[in-house]
Design a protein around this ligand. Sequence first.
Ligand SMILES: Nc1ncnc2c1ncn2[C@@H]1O[C@H](COP(=O)(O)OP(=O)(O)O)[C@@H](O)[C@H]1O
Ligand SMILES: O=P(O)(O)OC[C@H]1O[C@](O)(COP(=O)(O)O)[C@@H](O)[C@@H]1O
Ligand SMILES: [Mg+2]
Length: 325
Amino acid sequence: MESAVKRIGVLTSGGDAPGMNAAIRAVVRTAMKNSIECVGIRRGWAGLIAGDICPMNSGSVSRIINRGGTILYTARSDEFRTPEGQKKAANTCKLLGLDGIVAIGGDGTFRGAQDLSRFGVSVVGVPGTIDNDIVCTDYTIGFDTAANTAVECIDRLRDTMQSHERCSVVEVMGRHAGYLALYVGVAVGATAVLVPEHQYDFEKHVAEKIRAARLGGKTNFMIVVAEGAASAMDVGKEIKEHLGLDPRVTILGHIQRGGSPTAKDRVLATRMGYEAVRVLAEGMTNRVICVRDDQIVNVDIDEGLAMKKTLNAEEFEVMTVMTGV
Ligand SMILES: Nc1ncnc2c1ncn2[C@@H]1O[C@H](COP(=O)(O)OP(=O)(O)O)[C@@H](O)[C@H]1O
Ligand SMILES: O=P(O)(O)OC[C@H]1O[C@](O)(COP(=O)(O)O)[C@@H](O)[C@@H]1O
Ligand SMILES: [Mg+2]
C-alpha cells in the first residue's frame, strides 16, 4: 500500500513511563518496514520547537525494549502551550518535511498534539503515563511496571512494620488520578487507600479503617495515599495526634517511574507503536491509539479527551470492603 506519509517524527513528552522505549522502537521499525523515514525528536514539544532532532534507524532502537525511561528524553514545555510556540513547532515540521508526528505521552501531550494538528500537521498520540488517566483507553504504557514496583516496595515496608507493630503511610504518585493508588492498595491489602477522586476525610477514610483493623486484632497498618489526595506527612501527623500511633511515612516518588518495563508494558507499547504508524500511513490524523477489551483501536483525539474517566466503581467497592478489616 502507498503510504500517505513519507517522513514522520517521534517524540516522548510529559512524565516518562517504563515502556516508552519499546513504543519508540515499534514506531521506528514499523516506519522502516513501510519505507517511511523516521526522525527522533528529543525533549518532547520543547525539542520540536528547537528542532532538536536525531536520525533514527533499526540500529538506533536496538537493545532498548527492556530499558526504562526514554532514549529521546522528555520535557514539559510552557512555550508549547502558547500559539506562538505551537507555530514554531509547526515550522520545524515544515522545515524538516515531517508529514506526521507520533507523540508518546499523557493527556497534556495529547492536548498539545490537538493544538499542533490545527497547523496542518498530522498527529497521533500513544498513551504513555504511569497515571493510567487517559480517558479513552483502558490502559496506558507504564502503569503495570509502576504498580509492580510500588507493590514490591510496600511489601518490604510491610515486613518491618509487622515486626515493629507500626503504622505505615506510603505516598504513591498521582497528582490528579488515583488509579495507581487504588490498584496498589488492593494488591498490598492496605488498611486504607486515599485517592484524589474522593474528598479526604480523616475520620471516615483513615481513623475508622485503622480502628476496625485494630478491633479485628491487627497491630500494624498500611495507609496508601495518592499524592493528589492528601500529603502523606500530614496524614501521618493526624494519625499521631488523633490515634496516638507513631507512624512512619514513606514517599515512593520517582522510584515508581523507573526500572525495566514488565512484559505487559513492552507488548502493549509495541502494539500501540505499530498501530500509530499504520494510522498515519493510512492518512489519518488527530487520533489516539487506545486499548479496549485487549484490542488496539484508534480514537479521535478531541472525542477521546472530552470523555470523563472515573475510577473503576467495582474496584473501588472491592477496596472499600477489603480495607479496615
Ligand atoms: N492544554 C495544552 N495545550 C497545549 N499543550 C499542552 C497542554 N497541556 C500540556 N501541554 C504540553 O504537553 C506537555 C506535557 O504535558 P503534561 O501534562 O506535563 O504531561 P503528560 O503528557 O504526561 O500528561 C506540557 O509540558 C505542554 O508542553
Ligand atoms: O516528574 P515530575 O515533574 O515531578 O512529575 C510528577 C508527576 O508525573 C507523574 O508521575 C506522571 O504524570 P504525567 O504522565 O501526567 O506527566 C505523576 O504521577 C506525578 O504527579
Ligand atoms: Mg498527565
